[in-house]
Design a protein around this ligand. Structure first.
Ligand code: F6P
Length: 366
């Protein structure tokens, strides 16, 4: 009888609750026991009442709730080996031998590190007499399964992360609202959207709202972008458009790797294009609220697959991350997905944008 722990880690994302619900119920359905670990890795390090067994009815209503009801944190202690040793002890004290982690690439990297160090951590616990040799015998292998929960859609090897479509919907709704006031006053708006180093939210929001100009980290504009932007906008205005929307990803950079600040874009629109311009920073509104249908579906299917992966795991199976590729729920190597995601960041840092775009697109990895 497997005892499966589930935690959410890093920035919350709409749909995380659906993932927790699916893991808990699929585990129970398969005769396993399910445990929620509260406040992400913090809960694993602290143990005690931060780790609770979950019954079927404990996750009732989770599917339509935003954020994460079991809490999340960016845990510094788990980044140190001492913190991971405490976490290992708490897992064993609770009899948990498999962990489903729903979070972004940082959280998944932490999970895999935990798995690779597992035998050493257990040995440390025996050497320091915190646990006896007998206690660790049933826990030779730790199964880790990753679920990608992040609004940024920045993990390679998957087409969508849990939360990204809700966030995109929220951005579109916000831009639609800005549109009406912009149009009334014939104003321009510079809208900053989240995404960290990834431009997916900005790009897709731009497409979905018919924005006039978009800035994303993966495709920095040419050195004459100020003129290009003003030319494009004037062309749109000449066709009778009463409003201007420029979407700036928070990680947008110019060709010299310098951040493109919204204030700078605003000044150019005001001074060079002669438009009355305002800035709207959407902030955490983009991360909040009830998950859209797609994220409820994705988190449920992936949570189910995560438990299947735990049940089918052998000591030789590498840790999987549950992905969606061309509408199919698939398992990929967690280590490879994280490594590829980090290569994208490196390629962007080195201004090798072609490589970055290729690595980010799941199709290229097939
Ligand atoms: O990774 C999700 C995200 O919302 C990013 O888009 C953003 O850069 C970051 O988290 C904000 O982090 P915090 O909530 O800690 O301010």
């Amino acid at each position: 009888k497997r005892r499966i722990g589930v935690l959410t880690s890093g920035g919350d994302a709409p749909g995380m609750n659906g993932a927790v619900r699916a893991v808990v119920r699929m585990a129970i359905h398969n005769g396993c026991e399910a445990f929620a670990i509260y406040e992400g890795y913090d809960g694993l390090v602290k143990g005690g009442d931060m780790i609770k067994e979950m019954r079927w009815e404990d996750v009732r209503g989770f599917l339509s709730e935003g954020g994460t009801l079991i809490g999340t944190a960016r845990c510094m202690e788990f980044m140190e080996r001492a913190g991971r040793t405490k976490a290992a002890k708490n897992m064993i004290l609770n009899g948990i031998d498999a962990l489903v982690v729903c979070g972004g690439d940082g959280s998944l990297t932490g999970a895999d590190k935990f798995r690779s160090e597992w035998p050493e951590l257990l040995q440390d616990l025996v050497d320091t007499k915190e646990l006896t040799a007998d206690q660790i015998v049933p826990f030779k292998h730790l199964n880790i399964v990753g679920l990608v929960g992040s609004i940024d859609n920045d993990l390679s090897m998957t087409d969508a992360t849990i939360g990204c479509y809700t966030s995109l919907t929220r951005i579109c709704e916000a831009v639609d609202s800005v549109d009406t006031t912009a149009s009334s006053h014939q104003r321009a708006f510079v809208v900053e959207v989240m995404g960290r180093h990834c431009g997916w939210l900005a790009l897709m929001a731009g497409v979905a709202t018919g924005a006039d100009f978009i800035f994303i980290p993966e495709n920095p504009p040419d050195s004459d972008w100020e003129e290009q932007m003003c030319r494009t906008i004037k062309k749109h205005r000449a066709k009778g458009k009463r409003k201007t929307i420029v979407i700036v990803a928070e990680g947008a950079i110019d060709e010299n790797n310098n951040k493109i600040p919204c204030g700078m874009v605003k000044d150019i629109l005001s001074k060079k294009a002669g438009l009355d311009t305002r800035i709207t920073t959407l902030g955490h509104v983009q991360r909040g609220g009830t998950p859209c249908a797609y994220d409820r579906m994705l988190s449920t299917l992936q949570g189910v697959e995560a438990v299947k992966a735990v049940i089918e795991a052998t000591p030789e199976t590498p840790s999987p991350v549950i992905c969606i590729v061309e509408n199919k729920i698939v398992r990929r190597s967690l280590v490879e997905a994280v490594a590829q995601t980090q290569e994208v960041a490196k390629a962007i840092g080195e201004k090798d944008f072609n490589t970055a775009m290729k690595l980010r697109d799941a199709e290229f990895t097939e």
